[in-house]
Design a protein around this ligand. Structure first.
Ligand code: N7H
Length: 465
């Protein structure tokens, strides 16, 4: 079993609160920072054990992670065995066009291009006041040894939208199960070894490359991305391109188009199981809402399904990032990530609704954990999300990029997406493939960074050097 007293809470469980602050800082004085980390800060870090029971959850949960720049500043000379982490997220933009992760640097905030972020505190609570109090206390402890570089206040959306991201879709439904930890495992959840997420655990793909002293064990790489969502523009696109106008009202046709782009209805019900109408009861049932794959219903073959997008487009967002059965499990399973994102920014205003133009910055404070960034985030973004051909081997060789987060060059070039219209599902080899053209990107990367979220013992060991 995992030592859950030693693993930060967000990695396997999340922060479990409706408000979450991402506080990015620079370290000015490594000696003072390390001494305060050892005397005060590590004691504040919320463990996996603590977050699992409401009785032991703190008023404000605290997690802490460092960039490579931060480890360098602290005098940690060990190579963690992850080149993407070592080089930082900005360096994953360069290379052949489109860049490895597809962003254009011109959309990045200067806070992320500067390369000066040393670490991030994740502070989560029921109220922003509680978070502010905890932050003030941490700042007073650390004094001038740190400087604030940037903050993002995340928040669950209000009322019945709680748990839904800003486009309106329920999030946080599907996570891989971690062997030796996840209990119960629901039908359709894939059990994988803990080493896919935690350094040094079973099936860590880079075990030999980790620091010999073992201090990195039970830490995880945290990929942070500030993903702006152009919500009124997205809504406007759906409203002006309703599907199936013969049988559906315009509102229903727009709803269906959005659901086919994501692969789930706004409720969370998977369209593969309920392709023509939403099913909120199915959506809310954890024993059923993940219990599906994309194999042909009658033959259970992943070859017969190569011709058929009627239940779910090949390139729907959740199919691109978790192509259940489109690939052999041995090929797919190394690429699981654990997501712990939260929306940021205000609700839509009446004038944004009326004009169809975003006047406020809102989106997803995206967080993903993995033990190998090139198997996890960058692989998903580069090889699956932004590849026009993925899932490979379908009868349509140009499936299109992911209609939610895929990009052709980071600057909003139009994108052809196959199979979004179920009236033209491309059922046989003589059909002409019918693409829906998305005029631009509705999710824009404002930047991000790679961090390492150490175990508590690991943080203690590094504070002592
Ligand atoms: Fe995605 N969305 O609202 O459309 N995502 N995602 N994501 N995502 C998922 O199953 C969304 C992003 C994954 O196991 C759901 O929990 C938005 C990035 C993975 O079947 C919804 C953004 C990456 C899954 C969204 C965004 C991923 C997943 C369904 C950005 C990886 C699990 C809820 C603004 C690089 C798939 C759920 C599975 C699910 C949305 C970003 C990955 C609704 C709006 C950047 C692995």
């Amino acid at each position: 079993a995992l030592n859950t007293d030693n693993i930060q809470s967000d990695i396997l469980v999340g922060m479990k609160k409706s408000q979450e602050l991402f506080y990015f800082f620079q370290i000015n004085d490594a000696a003072t920072f390390k001494s305060k980390m050892s005397s005060d800060i590590i004691a504040l870090i919320t463990t996996t054990t603590e977050i699992l029971s409401v009785d032991t959850q703190p008023v404000t949960a605290v997690n802490l992670a460092f960039s490579q720049h931060g480890l360098d500043t602290l005098g940690v000379t060990d190579d963690l065995g992850d080149p993407n982490f070592t080089n930082g997220q900005l360096s994953d933009l360069t290379g052949d066009l489109p860049g490895p992760i597809g962003d254009d640097e011109s959309t990045w905030l200067p806070e992320f291009t500067a390369g000066t972020i040393d670490g991030v505190f994740l502070l989560a609570s029921d109220t922003v006041d509680n978070i502010d109090t905890q932050l003030a206390s941490i700042q007073s402890t650390l004094g001038s040894s740190i400087t604030t570089l940037y903050q993002i206040q995340g928040a669950a959306r209000p009322g019945s939208e709680a748990g839904h991201e800003h486009f309106g879709f329920m999030d946080g439904i599907s996570q891989p199960a971690v062997n030796g930890f996840t209990n119960p495992i629901y039908p359709g959840q894939t059990p994988v070894d803990a080493g896919l997420f935690l350094v040094g655990e079973a099936s860590d793909p880079n075990l030999a490359a980790r620091p010999a002293s073992g201090w990195a064990t039970d830490g995880s790489f945290l990929v942070f991305r500030q993903l702006q969502q152009l919500v009124p523009e997205f809504n406007e696109f759906l409203a002006t391109h309703p599907l199936d106008q013969d049988t559906l009202t315009p509102e229903e046709g727009s709803e269906l188009l959005g659901a086919r782009m994501v692969g789930r209805w706004k409720s969370g019900a998977p369209i593969f199981l309920t392709p023509t109408q939403d099913d909120p009861v199915l959506a809310a049932d954890p024993t059923r809402n993940n219990n599906f794959d994309y194999l042909d219903n009658s033959t259970q073959s992943n070859v017969d399904n190569h011709f058929n997008q009627s239940q779910c487009p090949f390139g729907a967002h959740i199919r691109k990032v978790h192509p259940r059965g489109d690939l052999d499990p041995s090929v797919e399973n190394p690429h699981f990530i654990i997501r712990s994102s939260i929306p940021y920014g205000p609700e839509l205003t009446a004038s944004e609704n009326a004009t169809g133009i975003s006047a406020n910055d809102r989106g997803l404070a995206f967080v993903a954990y993995q033990s190998d960034i090139s198997n996890g985030f960058t692989f998903l973004q580069n090889v699956w999300i932004n590849s026009v051909g993925f899932p490979f081997g379908k009868y349509d060789p140009t499936v299109g990029v992911d209609p939610i987060i895929g990009t052709l060059n980071g600057l909003g070039a139009p994108k052809n997406i196959s199979g979004l219209d179920p009236a033209v599902p491309d059922l046989d080899q003589t059909d002409v493939w019918h693409d829906v053209v998305l005029p631009t990107d509705y999710v824009i990367s404002k930047g991000g960074e790679y961090f390492f979220s150490p175990s508590l013992n690991g943080a203690e060991a590094r504070a002592a050097i």
